[in-house]
Design a protein around this ligand. Structure first.
Ligand code: APR
Length: 320
């Protein structure tokens, strides 16, 4: 067909939400893949039956066979396990690294020309490992975290200032962990720097610090409330925005976990930075100026990511 093909690896909470959004937005035909038999097939049937109501014709299928992702244009990876209350994202490393190996090999064999968006945690390490296992070019493998973290930051800022979320442009750098770096100096509300609007509105620095802290712990706050599983609606929405930027050659500048070599003083690492997404995938990493404090916060965050890569190499000799 002339339609695009979207492969979703992992048919759990995020995978199901991704399929629903991709169908509603008409991104293309959708294949849900999972190791569990029945689940992707069942979700695909349920989602197909939204078609008559919503008026979409997307073909949605479920599969346990990697051959069915052949020729996919976009692959979004959520395979693996999610956090339970009290766990950090890093606690998932051992299990999810093995999953990334299987997924990377499946992508390499069946759709090496795809644009691959990884969501599985711990994100910055898993997207790196997925790239290694798949052997795809670095510009075609990216991690979704910054769009979500920025959306959380923007939500809290909009609530605090009593303004529309549409007018908030919030900026987050670094790894997708507790050391992420929400950057207030690059965050604006309708073009007005947050610090300026805070003065006008009488929002004190302490409140802004609390918002930064809440953003950093935004995923954990939801994990604790849910009791089982982690966030999925906003993670799915965020990855779909990245897929749309690629499919539509939109040249959006989005914060993504991208491969950074040279910029930000980094030497071959996946971490959250502003990127241009267009038809060639990650077309550019944009290096912005940072204050000394922002730089040292980013260093803490990238050091934490590097530590996880060392752990990955220790667990799987083929990565060393
Ligand atoms: N290959 C394919 N799918 C797998 C594999 C594998 N090797 N191992 C597990 N899965 C599937 C599970 O069967 C499950 O259906 O991945 C799915 C994960 O779904 P959920 O447990 O509902 O998790 P979800 O909330 O979707 O999050 C997935 O994204 O945000 C991250 O931390 C989160 O790492 C987690 C991932």
């Amino acid at each position: 067909t002339g339609r695009k093909k979207i492969a979703l690896i992992g048919a759990g909470n995020i995978g199901g939400s991704l399929a629903h959004l991709a169908a509603l937005k008409g991104l293309g035909d959708i294949v849900l893949f999972d190791v569990v038999e029945g689940v992707p097939q069942g979700k695909a049937l349920d989602l197909s039956q939204c078609g008559p109501v919503e008026g979409f014709d997307a073909k949605i299928t479920g599969s346990n066979d990697y051959a069915d992702i052949a020729g996919a244009d976009v692959v979004i990876v959520t395979a693996g396990v999610a956090r339970k209350p009290g766990m950090s994202r890093d606690d998932l490393l051992g299990i999810n690294l093995k999953v990334m190996k299987a997924v990377g090999e499946g992508i390499k064999a069946n759709c090496p020309d795809a644009f691959v968006i990884c969501i599985t945690n711990p994100l910055d390490a898993m997207v790196w490992a997925l790239r290694e296992f798949s052997g795809l070019p670095h510009n075609k493998v990216v991690g979704m975290a910054g769009v979500l973290d920025s959306a959380r930051f923007a939500t809290f800022l909009a609530w605090e200032f009593g303004v529309s979320v549409k007018d908030v442009n919030a900026f987050v750098l670094g790894g997708h962990g507790d050391t992420m770096v929400p950057v207030l100096s690059y965050s604006t509300i309708s073009g007005i720097p947050v610090h300026d609007l805070a003065k006008i509105k009488g929002v004190d620095a302490g409140r802004l610090d609390e918002i930064v802290k809440r953003t950093r712990g935004g995923g954990g706050e939801i994990v604790a409330l849910l009791g089982t599983g982690s966030a999925y609606y906003a993670p799915a929405t965020s990855a779909i925005a990245m897929a749309e930027a690629y499919l539509g050659d939109q040249k959006r500048i989005l914060p993504c976990a991208a491969y950074v070599e040279g910029k930000y003083g980094l030497d071959g690492l996946y971490v959250g930075v502003p990127c241009v997404i267009g038809k060639d995938g990650i077309e550019e990493v944009i290096e912005i100026e940072l204050s000394d404090e922002e730089k040292s916060n980013l260093k803490v965050s990238t050091d934490a990511v590097e530590e996880l890569l060392v752990a990955c190499k220790g667990l799987d000799g083929s990565l060393a």
